[in-house]
Design a protein around this ligand. Structure first.
Ligand SMILES: [Zn+2]
Length: 282
């Protein structure tokens, strides 16, 4: 594994070397564009070992990549933008169908070829929470990695000027106004009809799409969903069981085709298609 403390620096050089123009454009397009798409192939060209490490330790890399990208925007005078790096075009040995998913895949970055079957409403969730210590009014920020629980401070942070009281000696109040919310959506993906073996029910997986990925998909869309598999205990009678459900946190999306109604054919293309139709070899 690469040294964790090196990751933000490596991401900074990668973005600097290959994407400075794209970062500039992102700042111009904000908030219509909120993420920087990076092809895995570009990262492989930059450093193969670094690229391999992303697949094995994706969450560390996403954090470092987002941090590095955000720093570029801060340096360019845009401190209020929270952009996301989205990695696409994973190597073919990381591509799975839903029914191929196994315990070994948990925690890795994978690509799922699939079709969208259901979507939930888009809901806000706290991404970065600001808490205030009720004893001394000190404010502190706690990042919230998932939708499962709100993580509170363990103690009032002395390092940032707080009183140091542990949780049991004070109370921490969530300051909604100063917390950062992002959009979040549940998306159900199903394996493609051509991936199923005869007579077997298609398998499905619940995914989470956040930030600018929420609200992007519709039932029927064929997508390659790149993301990280994680597990949660199945609950029975209010208790966790040793059996797990598997979920995908989507990191990036690649559309596999354009929905029919969105295809508009220009005259030139129409001619080309007619010519192609006359060729006996197609
Ligand atoms: Zn305090």
């Amino acid at each position: 594994m690469l040294q964790e403390f090196d990751l933000p620096a490596r991401w900074t050089s990668l973005i600097q070397d290959y994407f400075s123009e794209a970062v500039h454009n992102l700042a111009q397009m904000w908030p219509d564009e909120q993420s920087l798409e990076i092809s895995y192939r570009t990262i492989e060209g930059f450093d193969t070992e670094f690229a391999n490490d992303i697949v094995k330790n994706p969450d560390l890399h996403f954090h470092a990549a987002n941090q590095a990208l955000r720093q570029f925007l801060i340096d360019a005078g845009s401190p209020t933008m929270y952009p996301f790096v989205r990695i696409k075009h994973l190597p073919s040995d990381q591509v799975r169908t839903v029914s191929q998913l196994r315990a070994d895949d948990i925690g890795q970055m994978l690509a799922l070829d699939s079709v969208v079957t259901k979507i939930s409403g888009v809901r806000p969730r706290i991404y970065s929470a600001q808490f205030e210590c009720m004893a001394c009014n000190h404010a502190m920020v706690i990042n919230q990695p998932n939708e499962q629980e709100l993580i509170e401070p363990v103690e009032c942070e002395q390092i940032t000027g707080g009183c140091g009281r542990p949780k049991r000696q004070t109370r921490f109040a969530l300051n909604h106004k100063e917390s950062i919310l992002i959009n979040s959506q549940f998306i159900e993906l199903q394996e493609l009809p051509e991936q199923m073996k005869g007579g077997i029910q298609p398998e499905r997986i619940i995914c989470i799409g956040e930030h600018d990925l929420a609200g992007k998909l519709n039932p029927g869309d064929r997508v390659k969903a790149n993301g990280v598999l994680f597990i949660r205990s199945q609950r029975k009678g209010g208790k966790d069981t040793p059996v797990f459900d598997i979920f995908l946190r989507i990191q990036s999306l690649e559309r596999q085709n354009i929905p029919l109604e969105e295809i508009s054919i220009t005259e030139d293309e129409e001619l080309e298609i007619k010519e192609l139709a006359r060729r006996p070899d197609i």
